[in-house]
Design a protein around this ligand. Structure first.
Ligand code: 2M8
Length: 419
């Protein structure tokens, strides 16, 4: 298909996945509103319908909890085709939501929407600014009670990179003996070899039960969650989001929020530095219960470049590693080290390429003065979509599409990379 037709198709996918003020990631497999998907969807809509982009941000932030958390799923309209649904989460909001959050990319995208048309977006940017500040403050308190500059995730789903090999060891400590029988829905929509293993799902459900049994109380979860890990992806994305929130607050004349976001960013900058592993040769996640760094690299290793402020000697190690990865596969960027034995080119977050991660890595590279590499990643992303269509993810080996098709965030990134 020619690029102009793909532009039209991308817009059509966003329109078709629009359920009335919010957008589902894809029909069937994911019938609800997901947090970071919605943020990227807003970026895509911004290429042709800025009002609709702001509506997406508004419906996402309307799901904010009283304590500031913005949930990972908003169950706008109950639909049995997805499991676990509202009953398993046992939250008390209306509409119901999950009890966990997701990578906080929203502030970065809200800043971009505002900058596109500052006068037109002012009122909605001001409303979003307050909600985003509350969400980031929640991260700083609920997920970093010790104040070490690293926020914890309590579930692999909060990383958005669900079955990354980084979670294998921390998950091995999760007790699944009380997980009863259940029916997975994901493998009814997508081939099982492109989805997480059953033993991972059992642990995902045990962690949902832990949160539900503790009424999603942040203090109880911080004290006892069997999974308490500093994901390099979430921490880098939050740091970038804090910087963007501070800039947006400055533009809107809110010095209180600007100061708070700047202070939080300074703390996160120190925390992120502690995720560097000389042994792995990059930034990795850290199991905060055991003080164990992951021993292998994922695409998250490059996200501190997107956060900004990576010291030169560390950037000098990351860039050759990225080039080496790109030389090892046909398309970049694999979600996990393609030279590691655990790499699997089609199994979800253990190897496939994700357009949204490519967008963040390319932004980071461009900002760090590596325009050539940023271009290469954008070229690959667009080539994958031209070859296979708007899939959920893609094999780095042969470019085939994996997971759900006509996927909202892939369409959004196509539009964002063209605009
Ligand atoms: C995937 O995650 C959900 C759980 O949140 C699932 O597999 O059921 C991930 O790729 C996640 O990052 C994404 O936000 C979600 C919807 O696209 O799907």
């Amino acid at each position: 298909m020619e690029d102009t037709k793909l532009d039209l198709r991308a817009k059509e996918i966003l329109r078709t996945n629009d359920r009335g003020g919010y957008t589902v990631p894809t029909a069937g497999l994911y019938p609800y509103q997901w947090n970071w998907d919605s943020a990227f969807v807003a970026l895509g809509f911004a290429a042709f319908d800025i009002d609709r982009a702001w509506t997406e941000v508004g419906s996402l932030l309307a799901g904010q909890w009283p304590d500031g958390m913005v949930p990972h799923i908003i169950f706008q309209r109950v639909d049995d085709s997805y499991f676990p649904g509202p009953d398993q989460w046992g939250t008390t909001t209306s509409p119901p939501t999950s009890g966990i959050t997701q990578p906080p990319v929203a502030a970065t995208i809200v800043r971009r929407l505002h900058d596109l048309e500052p006068a037109k977006g002012r009122r909605r940017a001001e409303a979003a600014l307050v909600a985003l500040d509350r969400w980031h403050e929640w991260f700083a308190t609920a997920r970093d009670p010790a104040g070490r500059g690293l926020v914890a995730i309590i579930h692999p789903w909060e990383s958005g990179r669900d079955n990354l090999p980084d979670w294998d060891r921390p998950l091995s400590f999760v007790d699944t003996s009380k997980v009863g029988a259940y029916e997975r829905r994901d493998t009814q929509h997508v081939a099982a070899d492109q989805r997480p293993h059953q033993h991972e799902y059992d642990r995902y459900l045990a962690l949902v039960a832990f949160g539900r049994d503790n009424h999603w109380d942040p203090a109880a979860i911080a004290a006892g969650s069997p999974f308490w890990v500093a994901d390099v992806g979430v921490n880098a994305i939050l740091l970038r989001a804090e910087r963007d929130l501070a800039a947006l607050a400055g533009a809107l004349g809110d010095s209180d929020i600007a100061d708070r976001a700047t202070r939080r960013a300074e703390r996160l900058q120190d925390g992120l530095a502690s995720l560097w592993s000389d042994a792995a040769g990059g930034y990795v996640s850290l199991d905060l219960r055991r003080e164990e760094h992951a021993t292998t690299l994922s695409a998250g290793a490059f996200l501190p470049l997107y956060a900004g402020g990576v010291p030169a000697d560390r950037a000098e190690r990351l860039i050759p590693t990225l080039r080496h990865w790109l030389d090892a596969v046909r398309y970049g960027v694999p979600s996990f080290d393609p030279t590691d034995p655990q790499f699997d080119p089609i199994r979800y977050w253990r190897g496939p390429i994700w357009a949204v991660v490519n967008w963040m890595i390319a932004e980071g590279l461009a900002g760090a003065g590596h325009a050539d590499l940023a271009d290469r990643i954008r070229v690959d992303t667009r080539a994958l979509i031209r070859q296979s269509g708007f899939y959920e993810s893609f094999s780095p080996i042969d470019g085939r599409g994996c997971g759900g098709k006509d996927f909202s965030w892939t369409a959004a990134i196509w539009l964002a990379m063209t605009a």
